[in-house]
Design a protein around this ligand. Structure first.
Ligand code: UDP
Length: 235
């Protein structure tokens, strides 16, 4: 197997399915099945989930809300998504733990690195909620941070597109896909993979980022077994 421990980053928007807001139970169940199949191969899986399907601090601030207040609302949104994902994964028979960066002990364990690693070693899927626990950050940054902390082999960033392109493939039909690309080339070409804080943290720690299409059934399985899909960003 190519990887032993991975961190899967799912955006909140991915959970909307075809809706404009919130959580689509069908999409959630599909993701849960993909994750179950991956766990059954013996892979250790940690997940960071975004909150953009419910609330983003910057959007709140644009309408006059205090940014910090909005960011905490965004972090709570990631916990709602984390709880939904936890239920969906457990419905498939896979054990999970939700660990949050903001304490809410009735519903989740506080994030403690050693505990997270122990859960993974026991074959539990670990879901990290509340991002980094700090305003002005994103769940992309949280995913890089947690991946480094738990010594994941790679971040698998599940998106709507199947990799990194020379231009936005949804707008430019001549855009071509990279199979591999260096951190330096991503910056030099001005490509958007993650926000700059997340990307820099990843580069500084030589953590590979693999961008792939999570909405095509079986893709997660393909990646784990070493099939070359998506785009990988490395040194
Ligand atoms: N957020 C934050 N600190 C973090 C992670 C997230 O303040 O460490 C807030 C921020 O307001 C962000 C929202 O939570 O907009 C939802 O996260 P994000 O936008 O990263 O979700 P995604 O785009 O992946 O759905």
């Amino acid at each position: 197997m190519q990887y032993k421990r991975i961190l899967l980053k799912l955006s909140g928007e991915a959970l909307m399915g075809d809706n404009q807001y919130g959580i689509d139970p069908k999409r959630l169940a599909e993701y849960a099945q993909e994750i179950k199949a991956a766990v059954e191969t013996g892979l250790e899986i940690a997940i960071v989930i975004g909150g953009g399907n419910i609330f983003r601090g910057v959007s709140g601030a644009a309408q006059g809300m205090d940014r910090v207040q909005g960011d905490y609302m965004g972090m709570l949104a990631t916990c709602i998504n984390g709880m939904a994902l936890q239920s969906a994964i457990e419905a498939t028979g896979v054990k999970t733990r939700l660990l949050t960066a903001i304490k809410m002990e009735e519903i989740a364990e506080p994030f403690i690195k050693r505990r997270a690693v122990r859960h993974l070693e026991k074959g539990r899927v670990v879901i990290f909620g509340a991002g980094t626990g700090n305003p002005y950050f994103t769940t992309d940054t949280a995913s890089v941070l947690r991946a480094i902390e738990i010594q994941a082999d790679v971040i698998l960033k599940g998106t709507r597109v199947d990799g990194i392109y020379t231009a936005d493939p949804e707008k430019d039909s001549t855009a071509t896909k990279f199979d591999t690309i260096s951190y330096r080339d991503v910056l030099d070409k001005g490509l958007k993979v993650m926000d700059s804080t997340a990307f820099t943290l990843s580069e500084e720690n030589s953590l590979p980022i693999l961008v792939f299409d999570m909405n095509t059934k079986g893709n997660l399985q393909k990646l784990i077994t070493g099939e070359k899909i998506g785009t990988i960003v490395t040194d």
